[in-house]
Write a protein that binds this ligand. Structure first.
Ligand SMILES: [Mg+2]
Length: 227
């Protein structure tokens, strides 16, 4: 059954839908001839200082990972992401992919094309694809993101943001999802909460099924539809 409340879910890609760190680790291992086990999971989100990279080294390694290893096309999806987003889409959720992948201005064609190819290859349903750094301005109702910086700025802007659990975001307060099943549960709860807040669901106005003699409801409905 479709939701009667349209809700726009802003979905981040790297670290939420896709295993950026795993793909980047493999690429850095190739580029620098390093053993992957010398590059543990990040517990702080920065330019991979825990792998011994400077900011300049990270930027160069990222550029090569995108352009040479085509990580945006080949990285693994995180478990359950496609099924979960289809489930939410079937509930009427408007899925807006929001990513900050166009970091370097000489890799836009590859980044955008590989991202779109990856979304199709892994059967991710979405209605919008936004390449933007300033996420609060995208105007989704609800967000799921892994970046501490993004979560904090979204919440400071008054947005509801679900933390997608990663080792580098554990100190952030919830809501938090450790799996995509939990994202579905949290978004479903948000839909239910919003429906309870609405005195007259929009679908009720459109179908106009009123009890006989309920003149007030009819009047309200006609006014709202006409406006
Ligand atoms: Mg991310």
């Amino acid at each position: 059954m479709s939701s009667t409340v349209p809700i726009v879910l802003g979905v981040d890609l790297d670290g939420v839908c896709a295993d950026y760190e795993g793909a980047f680790r493999s690429s850095v291992a190739r580029q620098l001839d390093r053993a992957p086990e010398t590059m543990p999971p990040q517990t702080i989100m920065d330019a991979y200082s825990q792998w011994g990279l400077t900011l300049a080294e990270f930027e160069e390694a990222h550029r090569r990972a995108v352009l040479e290893d085509r990580i945006f096309r080949h990285m693994s999806p995180l478990p359950g992401v496609s099924d979960a987003l289809w489930e939410l889409s079937d509930l009427g959720v408007w899925i807006r992919i929001i990513t900050h992948r166009l970091i370097f201005n000489w890799a836009h064609e590859t980044s955008a094309a590989d991202t779109a190819a990856w979304l199709d290859a892994h059967q991710i349903p979405y209605r919008d694809l936004c390449f933007i750094g300033d996420k609060p301005n995208v105007g989704a109702d609800l967000y799921v993101d892994d970046s501490p910086t993004n979560i904090v700025s979204l919440r400071e802007a008054g947005r509801t943001a679900i933390v997608f659990d990663q080792p580098y975001n554990r100190d952030l307060p919830g809501p938090r999802a450790t799996t995509w099943d939990e994202v579905v549960r949290l978004v479903s709860e948000e839909i239910d909460a919003r429906q309870r807040q609405l005195p007259l669901p929009l679908s009720g106005l459109i179908t106009a099924e009123r009890a006989p003699g309920d003149a007030a409801a009819d009047d309200d409905g006609h006014l709202a539809v006409g406006g």
